[in-house]
Design a protein around this ligand. Structure first.
Ligand SMILES: [Zn+2]
Ligand SMILES: [Zn+2]
Length: 208
């Protein structure tokens, strides 16, 4: 701890303060040389304060970054949607949207750590605003529904089946995961299994 205090603490403190302020706020936007540089994305690597139009242009391919706005006294968190960028919602009446990245992350997390969808959405709310739950609504139910659709589509892609129309069902077993270890006559099981006595039909091989 002494080494840390003597050698690294001050530098890390400076870096931490840089996360809360940038002396270039209020200057001319370095990108368009026109607007005031009042917006900064701290999620982008090595970003600079920009004007509103430029920060939107810079985030066409990163629409879910959080943007901070310098109001002259302190930083205010702004979402890109509140600055004028539109996000896709549901197909019929868009109300809520999730990124494919969030769904992919949750998929891996739930497989590796058994994380629940409600725990994940609680994490996302805290990450969005650590101090106030009121600013971010609870979307656990919507996330769960979205993840079910995501899993369904992933399974359809994996198995290569066509989605039945007009309320038809999938053919039985068409979305089952192939198991190479299961008995397959002629491959890992003798093809004559049907002619064996009943008590030996379940045996993969009668000779070794
Ligand atoms: Zn600009
Ligand atoms: Zn960004």
């Amino acid at each position: 701890m002494t080494d840390f205090k003597d050698n690294g603490a001050e530098k890390l403190l400076d870096i931490s303060y840089e996360r809360q302020y940038d002396s270039r706020f209020g200057s001319r936007c370095p990108h368009c040389k026109d607007g005031l540089a009042e917006y900064k994305c701290f999620e982008c690597f090595n970003s600079r304060p920009l004007c509103k139009d430029c920060v939107l242009k810079m985030h066409v391919h990163a629409p879910f970054h959080d943007i901070d706005f310098w109001n002259g006294h302190f930083l205010e968190r702004r979402s890109l949607s509140s600055l004028g960028e539109l996000f896709p919602g549901s197909f019929i009446r868009p109300q809520t949207a999730f990124t494919a990245g969030a769904l992919r992350d949750f998929h891996l997390l739930t497989l590796t750590t058994k994380l629940t969808s409600s725990a994940y959405t609680t994490f996302l709310r805290r990450k969005t605003d650590y101090w106030s739950k009121e600013t971010t609504k609870d979307r656990a139910r919507e996330f769960f529904t979205a993840f079910r659709m995501y899993s369904f589509l992933a399974k359809v892609k994996e198995t290569g089946v066509d989605i039945p129309r007009h309320r038809q069902e999938f053919p039985a077993g068409s979305m089952a995961t192939f198991c190479a270890a299961c008995p397959q006559p002629g491959i890992n099981m003798s093809p004559d299994w049907k002619t064996r006595p009943d008590n030996l039909k379940c045996v993969f091989r009668t000779r070794w």
